[in-house]
Design a binder for this molecule. Structure first.
Ligand code: PLP
Length: 463
């Protein structure tokens, strides 16, 4: 099948899979989505039972590629992407209660679920660039985990420079060290003044500066990149089938920040996976929960929390859900996003009905996060990271007749302080990362200033 990708704002070129992947943000400021989501026959979903993660990945993602990679090549890239994971199942399920399961997505090289997409994107970029001989500059913003995952995936690649902007002083020490200790010259960790939303805004500004964008051949790996969302669709199938889908529906609860992970779940559902509830779990930065309850999408300042990877008020991927909720009307989405620049917007009644049919939501306070880590450890022996705890707490409010699967998005050792406060135990890093605290750091401080950031990128890439 021929696959085309269109922008959520309706005014950018229609692209193939590989073009959408290399482009990141659409030139009209929108995000790329498939023109139509391929549906998988129920028998094909049933046939995923018992398959390796890699084969599941191949079958779920293949229809979206539109022939960009041939089957053998794509299988090899998938195998390479997941070879460095520390668990044979890649995404193992753990049982928390009679009908509540935890999907551990933190066995990749940087200990967060971001590795599932980023390791694959690293392989896909490399293969696509090898064909054209092109050299690109990746610039990304991170609340902590995307940056470390991107650096791990792209470090040492000859045809890529990777610049990661993170909010200075607002990431955990493990997250920071994962970004600042790689020795490869193509890795540039930038500690920017401001919060994550500021970092993300400057990255978007760079993409919207077309002269700069074309000059440095800018490419993006934030979850605005469709290929990342696609890679995350796989584990929804893998987990659901393990618990009896498609014969039996399941529900998912997803700790949410930029809305990429949960949006992947809604794609899985559109492909035919029987997902009953898809629950958005937010920390105290609860704009998504408020929007789902009241229709009011108004940004307030970010309040730093113990689940920093979710300290986000401008949830990029929510635009993809809005595009569907507004009947795929690109100009309506463009108008909403213009209002968002001025502080916020109100979601129409019709769009609210569409979103309500897709998603449920809940929030978890700081105290509840600590209490959930403590209680889950006492009751099950499972040590949750604070993000996963936000998910577990909200999931418990949505338990029902079908199995609930909560996504565990990071390893507890990435956030040892919060875990120690709750349980009295300081979780150890896996042996492959044990020397992280001994490695020298290398970082560049930068102001929240577009011109200064662009100058830095030009200088480092020699353009
Ligand atoms: C990125 C991240 C999230 C939020 O995921 P989104 O796709 O941005 O919604 C949650 N938990 C952890 C640990 C993360 O790294």
């Amino acid at each position: 099948m021929d696959m085309h990708y269109i922008s959520t704002r309706g005014a950018a070129p229609v692209l193939r899979f590989d073009e959408a992947m290399m482009t990141g943000l659409a030139r009209d400021g929108g995000l790329y989505v498939p023109e139509a989501v391929p549906v998988m026959a129920q028998a094909d979903i049933a046939a995923l039972a018992g398959l390796a993660y890699e084969e599941t990945a191949f079958r779920v993602m293949r229809p979206f590629l539109g022939g960009t990679f041939d089957d053998d090549a794509f299988r090899r890239l998938i195998a390479a992407a997941y070879a460095g994971f520390g668990h044979a199942a890649r995404a193992p399920l753990v049982q928390l209660g009679s009908n509540h399961f935890l999907l551990e997505l933190f066995h990749g090289p940087t200990l967060a679920f971001k590795d599932f997409a980023m390791q694959l994107i690293g392989q896909l970029f490399q293969a696509a660039l090898a064909r054209t001989g092109e050299r690109v500059t990746i610039v990304g913003a991170t609340s902590g985990d995307t940056g470390s995952a991107a650096i791990e995936a792209f470090r040492g690649l000859g045809n890529v420079d990777v610049f990661i902007l993170y909010p200075h002083g607002r990431v955990s020490e493990v997250q920071r060290r994962q970004m600042t200790t790689p020795v490869e010259a193509n890795v540039h960790a930038i500690a920017m003044s401001g919060d994550f939303d500021d970092c993300q805004a400057r990255v978007k500004d760079m993409f919207n500066d077309f002269a700069f964008r074309d000059e440095v051949r800018l490419a993006g790996v934030n979850s605005i990149n469709w290929a990342r969302v696609l890679a995350q669709v796989v584990y929804y199938f893998y987990a659901a089938v393990a618990l009896g889908a498609p014969g039996r529906p399941v529900s998912f609860t997803v700790p949410t920040g930029n809305f990429g992970d949960i949006f992947a779940g809604s794609i899985a559902r559109q492909m035919g996976l029987p997902i009953e509830k898809l629950v958005i779990a937010t920390n105290q930065n609860d704009i998504l929960d408020r929007a789902l309850r009241t229709g009011d999408y108004t940004t307030r300042g970010v309040r730093p929390s113990i689940s920093p990877s979710m300290d986000i008020q401008v949830s990029s991927n929510f635009e993809r859900a809005l595009f569907d909720a507004y009947g795929r009307d690109g100009s309506a989405v463009a108008a909403l996003m213009a209002d968002l620049k001025r502080g916020g917007f109100h979601i129409s009644a019709k769009a609210m009905a569409a979103l309500g049919a897709q998603f449920a939501s809940g929030r978890c306070s700081e105290e509840e996060t600590v209490e959930t880590i403590r209680r889950t450890f006492a009751q099950t022996g499972e040590i949750l990271c604070p993000h996963s705890a936000v998910g577990v707490k909200v999931a418990e409010e949505h338990l029902g007749a079908v199995p609930m699967i909560t996504l565990a998005t990071a390893h507890p050792a990435k956030f040892p302080d919060a875990v120690e406060t709750a349980t009295g135990l300081r979780p150890a890093l896996p042996p492959r990362l044990a020397d992280l605290f001994d490695r020298p750091e290398r970082v560049t401080r930068a102001p929240d200033d577009l011109a200064a950031l662009e100058a830095l990128v030009r200088e480092r890439t020699g353009r």
